[in-house]
Design a protein around this ligand. Structure first.
Ligand code: NAI
Length: 468
């Protein structure tokens, strides 16, 4: 769906009018144009606080891009920035002139106590105004759950507030800020996440914290087709976010089995035929659905690598006015069906080693929403399901969720005008996301190098003001 306001305020007359009326002036977000596009280009500045553990790894990852790498110098608190590796040239940040940075990357993983947080100020204070439009702030910390001492946990937890606040300050430039919390010795799991969060693929992801744990050594993948040879099942793939997921996973090399209700089969076929994928009609709430899906997978491919539980419905009514079938259907499609399908595929050994399960939650499941007790309940249940399953999966499998905010699809086009406009603007980027923004985040979860990313709920919401 088109956002006419976004187009209007980016004309000279519209920009002046919006400024004089104090209205938001969203910046058009840069998204991926070509699959072989480098994940970052231009001048990238890296910094590190005391005891930084990931700085050398970060230097290697960013050093593999065509970006010109700099490490901060000139301040004692940032001395460890020089460990960013041979490709990084020193840059005295106390006397910056006219350089603009598409990305500022800071390794805070070694901070042991709150007074060491001063390094954040020292790095970002002189540089943040030099962040380019559509820029990226990326901070690396240590997961506070793994900190032994309270001062260390306090310093590491503090990073979350810092990143969320900075995200709100830079959102008006179309820029994002995110935090990667690594477990001890999990630096070798950073590659796919650093690439994702620095790239245009994460255009609508801001204010997020991702926990990255230890996993078997992340395999180097083909950056242009990282999912080659993999098979993905995508539910609700005939339109909207599901169609974008199918297209994005296929673009990255996967073979897609698209599933949707029988009434959507023609639309589904038009999506999957372009991708050389398979279309499969099934109502996921039918009693026999898990068995029918498993039979189809067994016959067609003998197993899947990715299961993307995207199918979802809303049936909004305030609770006192809600007919019982609204409640039952919403829970069945958005929550129960996912569990039943996963159970059947696991029982019949149809999920391959290093498989990925991705569920779609919603901001509504995090914050609740008027008239959506059923939907919020189901989408919150999705989070509980993901967090619990993440502790039990074996064979290198992971499970994660995406919680979309306002995404421009048929579902949001059907909203009343005022609610739709409020939903679009109430985030740091002052605009709705595109289906591809959700799809790109799912492709990152599915990347073979994302083995350490497990049990996360990442919001694709432009840092919505609603919810945590
Ligand atoms: P959509 O309504 O455009 O697409 C949903 C798809 O699921 C449709 O193709 C539909 O036929 C299919 N589906 C529904 N019930 C099914 C069933 N019983 N069996 C098989 N397929 C079924 O929705 P949209 O906007 O693309 O949303 C996709 C997912 O993202 C949903 O889970 C939704 O709850 C979630 N979401 C969307 C947001 C948005 O802003 N669009 C915000 C938050 C979450």
């Amino acid at each position: 769906m088109s956002d006419l306001y976004l187009k209007l305020v980016n004309t000279p007359v519209g920009k002046t009018a919006a400024q004089s009326l104090g209205l938001p002036s969203p910046i058009p977000l840069k998204r991926l144009k070509r699959v072989d596009q480098p994940f970052i280009e231009g001048d990238v500045l890296m910094g590190a606080g005391q005891g930084a553990r990931a700085i050398a790894t970060l230097g290697n990852i960013v050093g593999a891009s065509p970006a010109t790498l700099h490490h901060a110098s000139g301040l004692e608190t940032l001395a460890e920035s020089s460990k960013a590796g041979p490709k990084a040239r020193p840059l005295d940040i106390t006397g910056l002139s006219d350089t603009t940075f598409p990305a500022l990357v800071f390794d805070a993983s070694g901070l042991q106590k709150p007074d060491e947080l001063r390094a954040l100020y020292d790095f970002f204070h002189p540089t943040i105004r030099r962040l380019a439009t559509n820029g990226r702030v990326l901070v690396i910390g240590q997961d506070p759950h793994t900190c032994r001492k309270a001062p260390q946990a306090a310093a590491q937890q503090a990073l979350e507030g810092f990143v969320r606040a900075i995200g709100k300050e830079i959102g008006k430039k179309g820029s994002t800020a995110n935090l990667l919390w690594i477990a001890p010795n999990a630096e070798n799991q950073l590659d796919s996440s650093v690439r994702f969060f620095l790239s245009p693929r994460s255009a609508y992801v801001s204010g997020q914290t991702v926990r990255i744990g230890k996993a078997s050594e992340a395999k180097a993948t083909n950056p242009v087709a990282p999912l080659a040879g993999k098979v993905a099942l995508v539910t609700g793939a005939s339109r909207g976010i599901g169609a974008a997921i199918a297209e994005t996973l296929a673009r990255d090399g996967a073979t897609v089995i698209g599933l949707d209700i029988p009434a959507a089969l023609d639309a589904l076929r038009s999506v999957t035929s372009k991708l050389k994928g398979k279309a499969f009609a099934c109502d996921i709430t039918d009693d026999e659905a898990p068995k029918i899906i498993a039979d189809f997978i067994q016959k067609e491919t003998s197993g899947v690598d990715f299961v993307i539980h995207n199918a979802g419905i809303t049936r909004d009514k305030t609770l006192g006015n809600m007919p019982e079938h609204f409640w039952d259907m919403t829970i069945a499609v958005n929550l129960t069906a996912e569990e039943r399908i996963d159970e059947e595929l696991a029982a019949r050994n149809l999920m391959r080693e290093n498989g990925r399960i991705v569920c779609i939650s919603s901001i509504s499941g995090i914050a609740g929403n008027f008239g959506q007790t059923n939907y919020a309940c189901a989408k919150s249940g999705v989070i509980g399901y993901v967090e619990s399953m993440a502790r039990h999966l074996k064979n290198g499998m992971t499970i994660n969720a995406i919680a979309p905010g306002f995404i421009e699809t048929q579902m949001t086009a059907d909203m009343p005008f005022t609610i739709r406009e409020a939903g679009r603007r109430m985030n740091s980027l002052s605009q709705g996301g595109q289906p591809v923004d959700v799809a790109e985040a799912i492709a990152w979860y599915c990347n073979p190098a994302s083995a350490g990313v497990n049990g996360n709920v990442v919001r694709v919401c432009g840092q919505s003001l609603i919810g945590k």
